[in-house]
Design a protein around this ligand. Structure first.
Ligand code: PHE
Length: 342
């Protein structure tokens, strides 16, 4: 019996367990009512009287050792235990970094949403265009400076001019060619101009242009739509001002200013003391443009407007350098974490 006890002592010293379930199995094997150690204790009564004391002590020693070992294993496995759902609770929590929406996308969506609320639908077109859609259909005279390499990126000049669009008015032409009025569209997209890159100019930027053609559309309609847009975008206190201007495709043409949203119209460095900042060009669609696109100017009239998304974004978020929009510096982009488009 002594030999058996010693064997078990050795066995217990070498025990290990990979999880709580194994620890429980060991407890049952050695210490439960029918386990090895209690049954050895039962055999104590068959031991010769003179050996009983020694044997009893040895058995107690064994029981203490087994109890201690099993408790030790239970503590050890508890701290590394994995559950059925396989969550590693010991893993360090690393914060996840989510991307953000680009400020130009946020502002573009906000502009489009305001016009969607007034019944405008979105129209898109190609960036690689031809002379007809970008210039000729829009009443640009043959010697207009925009037709010069200095201003426009040409891909090829022969046999016909292929270029990258300088404005999204080309999308308006494409829609007018295919659709009879009423037409009510907004055209978002990237446009290209041959400019030296600086804080205030870039060789590409983004526009949203709008077009509404129907019977009896007047300049008063244009003015009201633009006032509504300006107040939705920059707040209900915003005032607008229209200044006469010139575009080949509109007559009359105007440029629109809003009351400076930085000083509230008092005059500051941003608005150069005038209280006004320019945000878009607009006008009544020239009858020549309607004719070129197959729409009868005797029946229909319309207005058009166009704005730069970068310009609106600068006014909303006061970004001072245009180049930041295309550098994708993560620190700049994260400044817009909490900005949301409506
Ligand atoms: N196409 C003009 C531009 O790119 C903007 C504009 C659109 C002006 C419609 C008037 C009417 O500058």
């Amino acid at each position: 019996m002594l030999e058996k006890i010693n064997d078990i002592i050795e066995e217990i010293r070498g025990l290990d367990a990979a999880g709580q379930a194994q620890v429980e199995e060991l407890r049952i094997k050695y210490l439960s009512k029918k386990g090895l150690i209690p049954s050895l204790m039962g055999e104590l009564r068959n031991v010769a009287a003179d050996k009983k004391r020694e044997m009893g002590q040895k058995l107690n020693e064994l029981k203490t050792l087994a109890t201690e070992k099993i408790n030790e294993l239970r503590d050890k496995t508890a701290s590394t235990e994995t559950t059925d759902v396989d969550i590693d609770l010991t893993r360090t929590a690393t914060p996840l970094h989510f991307g953000t929406r680009h400020p130009l996308s946020l502002v573009k969506d906000e502009i489009l949403n305001i016009f969607a609320g007034m019944g405008f639908t979105i129209a898109e077109g190609p960036e690689i265009e031809d002379d007809w859609h970008v210039f000729s259909s829009l009443n640009f005279p043959p010697d207009h400076p925009a037709r010069d390499m200095q201003d426009t990126f040409f891909i090829s000049r022969e046999p016909s001019d292929v270029l990258i669009r300088t404005h999204t008015s080309s999308v308006q032409t494409r829609v007018m060619e295919k659709t009879q009025p009423p037409i009510r569209i907004v055209c978002p997209g990237r446009v290209y101009r041959n400019e030296a890159i600086s804080a205030r100019a870039h060789c590409f930027f983004h526009q949203v242009e709008g077009l509404y053609i129907d019977r009896n559309v007047s300049f008063a309609d244009l003015k009201q739509v633009l006032l509504y847009f300006a107040q939705q975008m920059f707040g209900p206190e915003t005032k607008i001002r229209l200044r006469p201007s010139y575009f080949p495709f509109t007559e009359p043409s105007a440029e629109m200013d809003i009351s400076c949203n930085i000083c509230g119209g008092e005059g500051c460095a941003f608005c150069k003391g005038t209280g006004w900042v320019e945000i878009l060009g607009c006008g009544m669609v020239d009858p020549n443009v309607l004719k070129a696109c197959g729409i009868d100017p005797e029946v229909y009239t319309g207005y058009a407007f166009g704005m730069g998304v970068e310009r609106i974004t600068n006014l909303k978020y006061r970004v001072k350098d245009l180049r930041l929009f295309s550098e994708n510096d993560i620190r700049f982009l994260h400044e817009f974490d909490n900005a949301r488009s409506r």
